[in-house]
Write a new protein. Structure first.
Length: 632
């Protein structure tokens, strides 16, 4: 696990940027605290920061060359099945200089070109440079576990693991208002777009080949040459449920086994939910005294899940550590989180992931997580709501009646009753929309109308936003798996995986996600939706396949998100900060937001009936902090 950055010059003027590679690489120091490497050659400069996981020796440092010194690679990620190809290369007479997966990866590329991507089981962002042909190969992993940003103008192509590294090259910073508008709804910005008009994210499962010599002569935007090498496809099979359970047990067990390979201490996040509990159970069967880690809110019992985590730890006899966190602790790491985030990102559970990663790093360098299971196997409340609307018209009618009766109560996540009222209103609202637009609304904290009140767009900007939104939801049809597939393309890489990558890497911790093994994902999308969700169950096949690993209380408990108690915090410790960041003068000087709407949001927040406003306020706080960092 590392950080990479590279600058390619298409012109002589562009070569002046290459001298900034050291500064840009240093920006990735937290991703790779163990070593730094820099490479220059003609019209390219490559930087690498290393977090040593497999083969921690100096011989495995990067950028890494093949024996002929023709090819050089910078790799961020893990190649879990590299051992089988390493043995194969040795049997063919290749001399390998270290025990790393990176050297194997480079040799496979030399042998097979871009087809080598099909052999990688893992996650990554990488760049490979051929010094003879002066061609560059760039790729991102299938699911988007590892980020990769790209900036391009007439003189340069710059790529990096984090946006801050690209900014170090002095690029222009013009806010993409369509991206900001989307952010005000989703609390994150979906790929390929970013907060800046000039920067894009490489899409998961894509690669790019750049011929530097040709680009000197004919300047065409490189995004036109990005090619897809993998996409999740729905390939329905006729496998029966019993067979599917057995096969799933084998596939997930194999996935966990692959991800236990490391030359450094390894552990597992254990929240007490089904997903992390299953991963822990499988890993504990193969690792004696497995280290497991969880956090709990000692002063916010509604958000605390340590009781359930302890049940799992006891069942599997893990070496379990509970980190007790208070709202004061969250406040203390707030600036660390906001300062490390490169573009506006307002999933508040990033605070939890940051502090969990920070504390886990004291005892382990690698941690397994349960990310991905909710998207694949229908674990979210929006999935249950969608199933109700599609299958239970009488219940839908009753919910609409209840929503009318509860019209004066907005509801919130801060209590069981408040959350139930919130869910009734959300479901009733969704029932009035078609499936695709309902999906978008349920992914959003703000409706399109609410976002428009806060940030009015011109007609052309709104068209840009709408085209992007429609591209995301275009494949949602009558099959419930369409919803899950869209989650895999939208929510997973742009929210969940981005959050885990940024917050874990800010603390030099590698997080591995067994549910996102591409063989498991491919298998899961051959299954009919009723293997995943029905009238009584969500994540049905997951529970049935691994119920022997779960205490009964875990198996029967309802879904609980990894949430932060924001509202109380906003009304106490953070109240002064909110008033400063949303000050009328500052809002007017920015010229981005409707000051009347901002004032309305603040009044609602500090009223006796704030409802769900804390999520939208958090989005504004995060953006304002980011804006001050980059523009003032």
């Amino acid at each position: 696990m590392c950080g990479i950055v590279a600058a390619i010059a298409f012109t002589e003027a562009g070569k002046n940027k290459l001298g900034l590679i050291d500064k840009a690489t240093e920006k990735l120091a937290k991703r790779g605290p163990d070593a730094q490497g820099i490479y220059h050659h003609n019209h390219i400069a490559i930087g690498h920061r290393r977090l040593s996981i497999i083969d921690t020796s100096q011989q495995a440092s990067q950028p890494m060359f093949d024996n002929s010194s023709r090819y050089v690679i910078a790799f961020n990620g893990e190649f879990f099945n590299y051992q089988q190809y390493r043995k194969q290369l040795i049997s063919q007479g290749f001399t390998l200089n270290n025990l790393s997966d990176t050297e194997v990866l480079l040799q496979l590329y030399i042998q097979e070109g871009e087809k080598f991507l099909e052999k990688i089981n893992g996650f990554f962002a990488l760049i490979i440079y051929d010094t003879v042909t002066q061609t560059v190969f760039i790729a991102r992993d299938r699911m988007g576990v590892k980020p990769l940003y790209l900036y391009e103008d007439d003189d340069n192509l710059i790529l990096a693991s984090e946006l801050k590294s690209i900014i170090a090259f002095g690029i222009p910073r013009t806010i993409d208002k369509a991206s900001l508008f989307t952010y005000l709804q989703l609390n994150y910005i979906p790929a390929p777009n970013t907060i800046f008009e000039s920067v894009r994210k490489m899409m998961p499962g894509h690669y790019l080949k750049v011929d530097i010599k040709r680009q000197h002569e004919i300047r065409q935007p490189t995004f036109a040459f990005e090619q897809l090498y993998y996409e999740i496809k729905q390939n329905p099979s006729d496998i029966n449920y019993h067979q599917a359970v057995t096969q799933f047990q084998n596939v997930l067990t194999q996935s966990v086994t692959k991800r236990l390979i490391a030359d450094v201490p390894i552990g597992a996040f254990l929240s007490g939910g089904i997903d992390s509990s299953i991963i822990t159970g499988i890993a504990a069967q193969q690792t004696k005294n497995l280290n497991t880690f969880s956090i709990g809110f000692s002063d916010a019992p509604h958000f605390d899940e340590t009781y359930f985590a302890n049940l799992v730890a006891k069942k599997h006899q893990t070496n379990h550590t509970v980190f007790n966190v208070t709202q004061k602790n969250l406040f203390e790491i707030l600036n660390d989180v906001l300062d490390y985030t490169d573009e506006p990102f307002a999933d508040s559970s990033a605070l939890n992931v940051f502090i969990l990663s920070k504390l886990t790093r004291q005892k382990a360098t690698v941690a397994l997580s349960g990310d991905g299971a909710d998207e694949i196997f229908a674990g979210y409340q929006k999935h249950r709501a969608e199933w109700i609307l599609q299958n239970e018209p009488q219940k839908t009618q009753a919910i609409n009646i209840a929503a009318g009766l509860l019209k004066s109560f907005s509801g919130s996540r801060n209590s069981k009753l408040g959350n139930k009222i919130r869910q009734i209103h959300r479901l009733a609202e969704g029932s009035r929309l078609n499936t695709a637009n309902r999906y978008w609304r349920w992914c959003s904290l703000a409706s399109t109308l609410q976002a428009e009140k806060l940030m009015p767009l011109s007609a052309s900007q709104f068209l840009k936003y709408n085209n992007r939104k429609n591209k995301i939801i275009k494949n949602i049809g009558i099959d419930f798996n369409d919803i899950l597939l869209t989650d895999m393309q939208l929510v997973l890489p742009n929210d969940m995986l981005y959050k885990v990558d940024m917050m874990s890497m800010a603390n030099g911790l590698e997080v591995r996600t067994p549910f996102l093994d591409f063989e498991l994902v491919d298998f899961a999308f051959t299954l009919p939706a009723n293997y995943k969700i029905d009238r009584f169950n969500q994540k049905k096949i997951l529970k049935d396949a691994f119920k022997h690993l779960l205490p009964d209380e875990i198996l029967k408990r309802s879904k609980k998100g990894f949430e932060v108690p924001l509202l109380t915090w906003f009304q106490t410790d953070l109240k002064t900060t909110i008033n400063e960041l949303l000050d009328d003068t500052f809002i007017l000087e920015q010229g981005l937001f409707n000051i009347i709407e901002v004032q309305h949001l603040k009044r609602q927040l500090f009223s006796n009936n704030p409802g769900e406003i804390q999520g939208r306020i958090w989005a504004l706080i995060v953006f304002q902090h980011w804006y001050k960092k980059f523009f003032l």
